[in-house]
Each structure stands twice: as C-alpha cells, then as structure tokens.
Ligand binder design. Structure first.
Ligand code: NAD
Ligand code: UDP
Ligand code: UDP
Length: 343
C-alpha cells in the first residue's frame, strides 16, 4: 500500500481535531481527496492559509498540478498521485472527500469508472477514517434529487432519479456514497459530514469541461456564440466557490452530520445566465441553440434554511459579483492556450 511520506504518525493516536475551549489550538493534519480539482484546490488554499498540514490525493483525471503549483515547496503541503479506488494508509485528523469528476461531460466519459470512484473510493476513505478515527466529509451533490418534483429542494426530499440513465453513474454513485457514509456512521461510529453541493463556479474550473458557466464564459471570451441547450428555460442556482469552501469548513467543524444543502438560492434560467454573461463580458455575444442532453433536470434551487440555522452559513456572493471574479482567470488561461502554453 502507498504510504504518506511526510506526516505519518501512529494509527492509535486519537484525532487532535476538536480542541477543548481554552486550550491553544493545534494544527491539524487534513487529507483532501480531489484536491487538484476546481473546488478542492480552493479548499486546500483555505486550510493551508489557516495553518493546517494538508495532504492532497488526486489521480489528475480532471485536476491539474497548476491549481496547486503555488503551494509546491510549502512544507505543510504534500501531493500524492493516487486513485481513491485503491486503498491507502495515512494518519490524519480529517478527510475531505472530493475525488470524483463533477462535470457531466467528464463523469459520462467513463461511467463505470465514475461509479467505482464513488463507491470504492468512498468506501476506502471511510475505511481509512474508521481505522484512524478521523472525521470524514463527503461532497455529495444536488444531483441526488434528480429531476426534482419538489421545488426548492429540502434535505428531507428523497429525489427523483433515473437509475438506468446516462447521469446515473454520478447520481446513483453519490447516493450510494451517502448511504455508505451513514452506514459507517451508524455501524462503526465514524464521524461523518454530508454536504449536498449545488452548481458552483469560479476561477480554476476546467476550461472545456462542458458545464454551463465555464462554457458560456469561455465562449464569450473567445467571441463564440453561447450554446444554450434545449429551450434554455431550465433553471440552476449558481454558487461562487468561496461561499462553498466556507460552507464545507463550517460543516466539518460543526457537530452536525447533515446532509446539508450548500448552494446559492438565486435561481436563473440558462437564458438569464447567458444575459448575465453578456453583461459581464461582451454585450454583442450571440446565442446558439443546441439539443438538450438526456435526463436534464428541469429546475434546481436549494432550500438552505437548515445550513443557515445549524451552521450559521449562507452564501455571500451573488452571480453578478461572482462572475467577474472568474473572468480574469479564464482570460489568462485562454490567452496562454492561444499562445501554445495551454494550462
Ligand atoms: P473537479 O473535476 O474539478 O475535481 C475533482 C477532482 O477529483 C479532480 O482533481 C480529479 O482529478 C480528482 N479525481 C477524480 N477521480 C479520482 C479518483 N478516482 N482518484 C483520485 N482523484 C480523482 O470537480 P469539482 O467541481 O472540484 O468537484 C469536487 C467535488 O464536489 C466532486 O466530488 C463533485 O461531485 C462535488 N460537486 C461539485 C459541484 C460543482 O458544481 N462544482 C456540484 C456538486 C458536487
Ligand atoms: N482502507 C484503506 N485505508 C485504511 C483502512 C481501510 O484504504 O487505512 C480500505 C480497505 O482496504 C477496505 C475499505 O477501506 O477496502 C473498507 O475498510 P473496512 O476496514 O471498513 O472494511 P474491511 O477491510 O474490513 O472490509
Ligand atoms: N447547458 C447549456 N449550455 C451549455 C452547457 C450546459 O445550456 O453549454 C445547460 C444544461 O443542459 C443544463 C444546465 O446548463 O440544463 C446546467 O448544466 P451543467 O452541465 O453546468 O450542470 P448540471 O446539469 O450538472 O447541473
């Protein structure tokens, strides 16, 4: 089994995470699986900035070293190329489990691998958490609600998911991951936390991952038409990445298992999103309609009352403020790409 090189300590040492009031806080050892990806790399930045030791586990399927290159050489940071479908031995206090492609284009590319990542990968990370007594946070998704018949979606809603469709590898994979987390919690006493993340955007999203925000922003910068799938009247609720990262950390540090919806309740049709992208980047951008993908959910909007009350968390960045914050990053990367330095 691969072993962590830097920070390993005895497996029997109790987790140091919860520091009693009045005791100086000790820095924690934290694993972030999928830490080279979009959300993971922002989470790692926050944990490093507050003084923790962070180990990233990533197989670089959709993640990039470039998202973490600014941390190379930092003695509190360690990067392990590893596939979570395989077991691993490490000694840490907390596990943020993000490893899984998030864009429909990426997760449909190899659906069997996607479901293996969600099931075997989550099982391995839960087995690790059980052995070392670490707290474990699962990044689940609003996709567990499928094409929802309840709107907005509350955590109590069980969802409307097609078990045999093209999106099932992801939706059912995440639903199974939630089940595994709850079974390890009930059966083995693992401290688990479950976040159901709604559509999130920001700097470091893959340029060509096919998600709507990254597509529209890249298309507007490249002076290409914005591709609206279907009639463009389907809705999503878009959350800026810093809000999500704050929510994940608040959840990990809380005493609540969840699940918790983490998303921005601001709801937009794809045509409205296209308008905001036009206002932000290029008012002359045009729209091109394309056929929609199979099983596309018609609407999506989180009810975040539970997270507000129990985690004291709510998103702060509305779409019109968040979108400009990713444009510079996209412009630079598209420019580098054009100059043959694709990043
Ligand atoms: P991403 O694709 O940018 O990041 C996923 C990371 O996991 C990548 O670095 C990838 O290389 C890594 N990975 C994938 N399979 C792996 C494997 N088998 N072993 C090790 N590493 C592996 O996606 P993201 O947007 O940063 O999403 C992070 C997590 O949040 C995912 O679990 C995703 O399902 C969840 N989520 C994201 C959103 C969103 O809108 N971004 C919404 C709901 C849920
Ligand atoms: N596991 C791991 N690292 C550990 C402990 C467990 O990767 O430190 C994996 C282990 O290989 C197994 C999974 O987690 O595939 C579930 O472990 P658990 O101990 O719950 O089950 P068991 O090994 O008894 O089937
Ligand atoms: N979509 C679109 N144009 C694009 C990419 C996506 O209109 O270029 C639509 C897609 O059909 C879906 C919505 O945008 O209705 C959100 O898609 P995304 O892949 O970003 O996320 P998810 O479907 O997982 O919510």
């Amino acid at each position: 089994l691969p072993r962590s090189t830097g920070l390993g300590r005895l497996a029997t040492v109790p987790r140091t995470g919860r520091v009693p009031v009045g005791v100086a806080s000790r820095r924690q050892r934290i694993v972030v699986t999928g830490g080279a990806g979009f959300v993971g790399s922002h989470l790692v930045d926050k944990l490093i900035a507050r003084g923790d030791d962070v180990i990233v586990i990533d197989n670089f399927f959709t993640g990039r070293k470039n998202n973490l290159v600014h941390l190379f050489g930092n003695p509190r940071f360690e990067l392990i190329r590893h596939d979570v479908v395989e077991p691993i031995l490490l000694e840490v206090d907390e596990i943020y489990h993000l490893a899984c492609p998030a864009s429909p284009v990426h997760y449909k590319y190899n659906p069997v691998k996607t479901i293996m990542t969600n099931v075997m990968g989550t099982l391995n990370m839960l087995g690790l958490a059980k052995r070392i007594g670490a707290r474990f946070l699962l990044t689940s998704t609003s996709e567990v609600y499928g094409d929802p018949l309840e709107h907005p979606q509350k955590e109590t809603y069980w969802g409307n998911v097609n078990p045999i469709g093209e999106r099932s590898c992801y939706d059912e994979g995440k639903r199974t991951a939630e089940t595994l987390a709850m079974d390890y919690h009930r059966g083995a006493g693992v401290e688990v936390r479950i976040a159901r993340i709604f559509n999130t955007y920001g700097p470091r999203m893959c340029l060509d991952d096919g998600r709507v925000v990254s597509n529209f922003v890249a298309q507007a910068i490249r002076k290409q038409p914005l591709t609206v799938y279907g009639d463009g009247k389907q809705t999503r609720s878009f959350q800026y990445v810093s809000d999500l990262v704050n929510g994940l950390v608040a959840l990990m540090e809380s005493e609540h298992v969840g699940p918790f919806n983490l998303g921005n309740p601001g709801e937009f049709t794809m045509l409205e999103l296209a308008e905001v992208v036009k206002e932000t980047i290029d008012s002359s951008a045009t729209i091109e309609y394309r056929p929609n993908t199979a099983d596309d959910p018609h609407m999506r909007k989180p009810d975040i009352q539970k997270a507000k009350e129990l985690l004291n968390w709510e998103p702060k960045v509305p779409l019109r403020e968040g979108l400009p914050l990713m444009v510079n990053d996209f412009r630079n990367r598209i420019l580098n790409e054009d100059e043959g330095k694709g990043m």
